[in-house]
Design a protein around this ligand. Structure first.
Ligand SMILES: [Zn+2]
Length: 211
């Protein structure tokens, strides 16, 4: 089945911007050539299939990196935006993985993983709207994604829940493997899954619970 040309154009323009914004331009020309009927190269290790963009900030890296993966899947499969759930594993958008220090029994989560959770939830709720409205590139604007009002509110709410559950957003590796709570160096750790139950569109009423 042919994909609606406007939807496809939206994927292409968004991919080009995502690649332009990232720090490695090795594959950029292939994306630009999609405008004039080019195609992306295939291949195994070392090829474009093996590549992902990288961005200098924690937020952009988490958000744009994830958006690139989503749009690539839609583009590569000639899929409509509302097929995104079938093609990606977004069913875990209400789960978060948290690391617990077994020395003090308190928890932490990498800032990138924290933002990836926010991004997964936001794209799940909003990507179809932007793509079908033929303004998909707008979703790259900070004020329409990681700095948008619902995201700012949800981020704030989630950080408050984390505080109540003794979870600190913290880059353990960057900090030299020191636990942020007990200062133990390189403690034994365990992964916990927390489940988030929702309501929103401003009637925020979430609940977080350890699985
Ligand atoms: Zn500890």
């Amino acid at each position: 089945m042919m994909l609606n040309p406007e939807i496809r154009r939206g994927y292409i323009e968004t991919l080009i911007k995502l690649v332009e914004l990232n720090s490695d331009h090795e594959w950029l020309q292939y994306f630009i050539n999609l405008r004039t009927g080019g195609s992306l190269p295939g291949g195994g290790a070392g090829s474009l299939n093996d590549w992902g963009p990288s961005y200098s900030e924690t937020k952009t890296d988490a958000w744009y990196g994830q958006l690139y993966d989503i749009i690539r899947i839609l583009f590569d499969n000639n899929a409509m935006p509302d097929q995104v759930d079938q093609l990606t594993k977004t069913d875990d958008k209400n789960q978060i993985r948290v690391i617990r220090c077994l020395s003090c029994d308190q928890s932490y989560q990498h800032p990138g993983i924290f933002e990836e959770h926010l991004a997964a939830k936001y794209y799940h709720d909003n990507l179809v709207f932007f793509a079908k409205g033929h303004r998909l590139t707008d979703i790259l604007k900070p004020e329409l994604s990681f700095n948008s009002k619902p995201v700012l509110e949800y981020r704030k709410w989630l950080l408050e829940q984390y505080a109540m559950h003794h979870i600190t957003v913290y880059d353990f590796v960057f900090a030299g493997y020191i636990c942020p709570h007990c200062n133990y160096v390189d403690p034994e750790t365990k992964h916990d899954i927390y489940y988030i139950e929702g309501t929103n569109a401003d009637g925020i009423k979430f609940r977080i619970e350890r699985g």
